[in-house]
Design a binder for this molecule. Structure first.
Ligand code: CA
Length: 223
């Protein structure tokens, strides 16, 4: 947890510790970089730090080979747009103020992603496990056979677990960045994806949010 304001950091650290996470808190960019040398799994990174800007911390950490997840949090208006638009190597972004439940959900999602890349052996859960590098998806020990598009859609939804991803974004990211028009092919893909997940007993569900898009939710808390 990289946050220079104790009043903000303290409740967050407490909440995460109560969830069972091993949390370290630092209050400057330099201390963050030092701490990241010990390879934490997830870094929650405030942008407004007294010494080094959070974005610069993010960039330097990646440059130094840090492979854990980085979630940027900021209260700066408009800053998130900049962060999302440029590649500083962050994995997720959260605007202040945010709820503790939201933070917990995001941390779980990030841990799921980082652990899925390395741990093919933690196979007890009925929840989804996505091996992004191998482009394979598992339900417990069973692999879910997905097509390329189905994988892409699921991967985006999983990266934004419990949040709605718009049809437009899914179409643009998975099919064509210049896409416009019908999203029928998306509905067909979602339909097949749902069937496949259900058929192997995955408890996560792809929920349609009318007029907006889709959200991946539920499943077992395996983090
Ligand atoms: Ca700050």
């Amino acid at each position: 947890m990289v946050e220079d304001e104790e009043d903000i950091a303290f409740p967050l650290v407490r909440t995460l510790e109560r969830e069972g996470y091993d949390v370290s808190w630092v209050d400057s960019g330099q201390k963050a970089l030092d701490a990241m040398a010990t390879s934490p799994e997830v870094v929650i990174l405030d942008l407004g730090l007294p010494d080094i800007d959070g974005l610069e911390v993010c960039r330097r950490a990646r440059e130094a080979g840090f492979e854990g997840a980085i979630m940027i949090v900021t209260a700066r208006a408009g800053e998130l747009d900049r962060v999302v638009g440029l590649d500083y190597g962050a994995d997720d972004y959260l605007a202040k103020p945010f709820g503790l439940a939201e933070l917990q959900a995001r941390v779980r999602a990030l841990l799921r992603r980082t652990s899925s890349a390395s741990a093919a052996e933690d196979a007890k859960s009925d929840g989804l496990r996505i091996d992004v590098d191998a482009r394979r998806v598992y339900a417990g020990e069973e692999e879910v056979p997905l097509t390329g598009k189905e994988f892409e859609v699921l991967n985006i939804l999983a990266a934004n677990r419990d949040k709605v991803v718009s049809r437009g974004r899914l179409m643009a990211d998975v099919w064509d960045e210049n896409w416009y028009g019908s999203t029928k092919t998306l509905d067909v893909t979602i339909g097949r994806l749902r069937q496949k997940l259900e058929s192997v007993g995955v408890t996560d569900r792809v929920v349609a949010v009318r007029g907006v898009g889709f959200r991946l939710e539920g499943g077992t808390a395996d983090a």
